[in-house]
Design a protein around this ligand. Structure first.
Ligand SMILES: [Zn+2]
Length: 280
């Protein structure tokens, strides 16, 4: 199963920048970015899940409207891309509820899926999953099932869809990101920096080697004309800008070579009676 998802945020919506959230000073690039993706998907009659920032729903309404009008599944990616563990429980709830409501009011439908910025739900803030269940989310895609700069969720085990039994008695269906081991390091090749870094033949080989792939693409992954943030640490700069010129072509090859579904169709494909459950 290959799940096609996008995180809809601006080119600068990374946790390492703009702690003041004074974003109006930055160039707006989301419209051209989303148009390119939607046009490509439409030409293939391909549906996807788009995890959107509430901030985008507030400032750039047409972006969300266009995604919705094209028949895609819309989820929530927080309000302004703050990492989940930087909130306390109430703060996370307020941020997520605000974002959910902004998106729902705009599209006129309830939303049911969430992905935290930077895979920032870890073993230390399981309460975030409880909050998601309280807010009516059925699906979460926030977990990184290995060690990660932000903590990760190593006790998750194999990267596959799993029903999480939460301490508050609720359940949530988890579709984690899938990882690939290179030496002792766990990397994600299905979006972001490593998708851009590695040649397509390797990406294709790794996709073939696993029966579950969860992608996470961004408009900035395909935007070679985005401004360079000169103040970034060298390594981060490399990771943010490597492979931008060829990444869209690689993305097209990926869609040529494999069948993808959005999260709702992935849910239908899973025989949940056969899947592992995890008690947190
Ligand atoms: Zn993001």
């Amino acid at each position: 199963m290959h799940v096609l998802t996008f995180d809809i945020e601006e080119w600068y919506n990374c946790d390492f920048i703009t702690p003041d959230f004074n974003w109006d000073k930055y160039e707006v690039r989301i419209y051209s970015g989303i148009e390119r993706i939607l046009t490509e998907l439409e030409s293939r009659n391909q549906k996807a899940t788009f995890f959107c920032l509430g901030w985008i729903a507030e400032k750039h309404l047409q972006v969300i409207r266009d995604i919705h009008a094209a028949g895609h599944h819309i989820g929530c990616h927080s309000y302004q891309h703050e990492l989940s563990f930087r909130f306390d429980r109430q703060g996370f709830k307020n941020d997520t509820e605000k974002s959910k409501k902004l998106i729902e009011d705009l599209i006129g439908e309830k939303i049911n899926a969430f992905r935290a910025p930077g895979f920032s739900i870890t073993e230390k803030n399981i309460w975030a999953l409880e909050v998601l269940s309280e807010l009516g989310f059925e699906y979460d895609c926030s977990l990184f099932p290995a060690a990660h700069d932000y903590g990760g969720f190593e006790s998750y085990g194999k990267a596959e869809p799993t029903i999480l039994h939460l301490p508050n008695g609720a359940q949530i269906k988890e579709f984690p990101i899938n990882i690939h081991k290179i030496a002792s390091k766990s990397i994600v090749f299905s979006g972001g920096g490593f998708f851009r870094l590695f040649p397509y033949f390797l990406i294709k080989r790794w996709v073939k080697q696993t029966d579950y792939v969860m992608t996470y693409f961004h408009t900035r992954d395909f935007d070679p004309d985005q401004p360079m943030i000169e103040t970034l640490p060298l390594m981060r700069k490399f990771k943010s800008y490597v492979g931008l010129k060829t990444s869209f072509k690689k993305f097209q090859h990926l869609l040529d070579d494999f069948e993808f579904v959005n999260l709702l169709d992935a849910d239908k494909l899973v025989d949940w009676t056969q899947m592992r459950t995890l008690k947190l």
